[in-house]
Design a protein around this ligand. Structure first.
Ligand code: FDA
Length: 302
């Protein structure tokens, strides 16, 4: 089921099919805050009112034209302006293929640097999301370059990849802040663990490395076993709650988000918005088959 949904995530044509069903649109709105920046800022305010921070994401990936890539960079700068003007507790997340990575590394780097420089002036952090393994080296390279100029930029590492630990050690040597997640893409066996238990074990191993590093990193998961392992390790090592944060996705495990925030942990949620929600939405369905069964039940039983 997961593989099928991740395969369909790469087929935009399927979007037109699912849009025929009103129920899908309702399902999309669970994971996506809306189509506009206003919608997203509203979601950030709501999160802030619960003691939770946000990271804004303008949906879109694998941009095919330079104009689109430049428009996406402008949108990221609009997000930064709004975050500053509205004084909300929020930063931004960007994807390099949205900023033109498929169109040229230098072009994409220039777009990223513009965002990072603008964010630095406003004291805002920029997180570069990690896409499938074909982009890992280039993403690391561009983040390392941007970080040499400005330390308000960080990256994501996926524990499903065999290379994850090695990458983390390199990032820590360079003082780069990491968001650790399991990985949302369909990856071949040549680069990624097949068994979920291996990805989970690697997640815990890397979370410990991050917690020990003294830098402020993010543990991004809804998996209570991962969260408990990180909390226990931090307690054992007397690492203060304020030294790291837990991150989750908009619309997923709101109960857990709130419980952690009320327990004194830093919690940040990833708040996507925009009209290009299709691949993001399909990845969310793939993560939890129960979401699909729930949708199918509503489609066929009503
Ligand atoms: P897992 O998939 O094992 O799920 C554990 C439990 O969490 C499930 O049993 C269920 O209860 C709940 N859950 C998880 N997903 C759910 C969903 N969609 N709907 C409902 N319940 C759900 N990936 C990537 O490749 N690159 C990236 O840059 C990012 N960025 C990112 C940022 C943030 C803030 C988060 C939280 C996640 C990402 N991810 C990501 C996605 C990540 O790789 C992973 O696919 C999801 O977080 C799901 O994995 P879990 O760690 O939650 O565990």
């Amino acid at each position: 089921m997961r593989a099928l949904l991740l395969f369909l995530a790469q087929r935009e044509g399927f979007k037109n099919f699912i849009l025929k069903f009103g129920f899908f649109q309702k399902a999309v709105s669970r994971f996506v805050s809306g189509e506009t920046l206003d919608d997203a800022i509203r979601a950030v305010r709501e999160a802030n009112s619960r003691g939770i921070r946000g990271t804004l994401d303008f949906l879109g990936e694998n941009t095919l034209s330079r104009d689109d890539a430049v428009r996406s960079a402008r949108e990221a700068i609009a997000m930064l302006e709004r975050i500053e003007a509205e004084k909300v507790e929020c930063n931004v997340s960007v994807k390099l293929t949205q900023l033109g990575l498929d169109l040229g590394r230098e072009f994409c780097c220039e777009n990223l640097l513009q965002i990072v420089r603008n964010a630095r002036e406003r004291g805002i952090f920029v997180r570069v999301d990690m896409e499938d393994h074909n982009y890992t080296d280039r993403t690391l390279d561009l983040v390392l370059r941007a970080h040499r100029e400005s330390d308000n930029v960080g990256i994501v590492v996926q524990s499903c990849l065999y290379r994850a630990e090695k990458d983390v050690l390199r990032l820590l040597e360079n003082g780069i802040r990491v968001r650790l997640c399991k990985g949302a893409y369909l990856e071949p066996e040549s680069v990624a663990f097949r068994k979920k238990s291996d990805t989970d074990a690697n997640f815990v191993k890397i979370a410990k490395l991050l917690l020990d590093s003294g830098l402020s990193h993010a543990i991004a998961t809804h998996d209570e076993r991962m969260i408990t392992a990180a909390r226990q390790y931090a307690d054992e090592r007397k690492i203060e709650k304020g030294r790291f944060e837990f991150q989750m996705l908009h619309g997923v495990r709101r109960d857990l988000q709130l419980a952690l925030a009320q327990g004194g942990y830093n919690v940040r949620i990833y708040i996507p918005y925009g009209t290009r929600w299709y691949p993001y939405f399909m990845r969310r369905l793939a993560e939890r088959p129960a979401n699909v069964f729930f949708i199918l039940k509503n489609l066929f039983i009503g």
